[in-house]
Write a protein that binds this ligand. Structure first.
Ligand SMILES: Cc1cc2nc3c(=O)[nH]c(=O)nc-3n(C[C@H](O)[C@H](O)[C@H](O)COP(=O)(O)O)c2cc1C
Length: 224
């Protein structure tokens, strides 16, 4: 039984082969692009926010294990500056362990309302404890406690286990007194390559990629 390419789709079942979108909201013209991809990223992020994209700072983070097995998941971009793209997580999670053994990682933003994708490749390093603490202290109380509750990526007995832990930890750390967990903090990904993708009609999309070359960036148009 195939649900992917049914020649005669069953009633009520999606025919995935026929799900497609024609992209026609924009174009990428090198003559008008900034020479610095960081500037372009900021323009596109601002545009996504202005366009009302839901969670425009959500990005897919791909990491690779020491055996070469990739894993991808969504995280939130929490900072962007001359060092790169920052996010926060549990250092002992799967992603944290993989980044320790292999700091090379990739990020993908997909802003479907703008028919745009940005793919970033580079290497991560840890943000300082001071920066991690500053961000942690800005989080809502429940999220601060959540970082203590979660032994992220480990198997737990059931839902009640984490709800009990939440109650215990709220008693231990009243609001305003939650310390930064030792296994939680930020990473920054320094980009070596940033690719901008704009959907175009008939699959003739625009792809422009910037590769770091010393202190400068080289720019190429890629075949879609
Ligand atoms: C929209 C969205 C945003 C998320 N943001 C974060 C985040 O910023 N940090 C984080 O650790 N997990 C975040 N998560 C959860 C991760 O996707 C993932 O489940 C978790 O980090 C464990 O991943 P791992 O086991 O691969 O390390 C987010 C999930 C979604 C759907």
């Amino acid at each position: 039984m195939s649900v992917f390419f049914p020649s005669t789709p069953a009633a009520g079942k999606p025919n995935l082969a026929d799900l497609r979108q024609n992209y026609e909201r924009g174009a990428l013209d090198e003559s008008t692009l900034p020479a610095d991809p960081n500037v372009l990223f900021q323009l596109w992020l601002g545009d996504a926010i202005a366009a009302g994209v839901v969670e425009p700072n959500a990005m897919t983070l791909a990491t690779v294990s020491s055996t070469g097995q990739p894993s991808a998941r969504t995280v939130l971009l929490k900072g962007f500056d001359e060092r790169g793209f920052s996010f926060f997580t549990n250092y002992e999670s799967r992603k944290g362990r993989e980044l320790t053994s292999n700091p090379k990682a990739s990020l993908v933003f997909f802003w479907k309302e703008r028919e745009r994708q940005i793919c970033v490749r580079g290497e991560v390093s840890l943000l300082s404890r001071e920066e991690s603490d500053a961000y942690f202290q800005s989080r809502p109380y429940g999220s601060q406690i959540g970082a203590w509750v979660s032994e992220q990526s480990l198997a737990i007995p059931n839902r009640a286990w984490q709800e009990d832990r939440d109650i215990e930890l709220r008693a231990k750390f009243p609001e305003g007194s939650v310390l930064l967990p030792p296994n939680w903090g930020g990473y920054v990904l320094k980009p070596d390559e940033i690719e901008f993708w704009q959907g175009r009609p008939s699959r003739l999309h625009d792809r422009v990629t910037f590769k770091r070359s010393g202190e400068a960036w080289e720019r190429f148009r890629l075949s879609p």
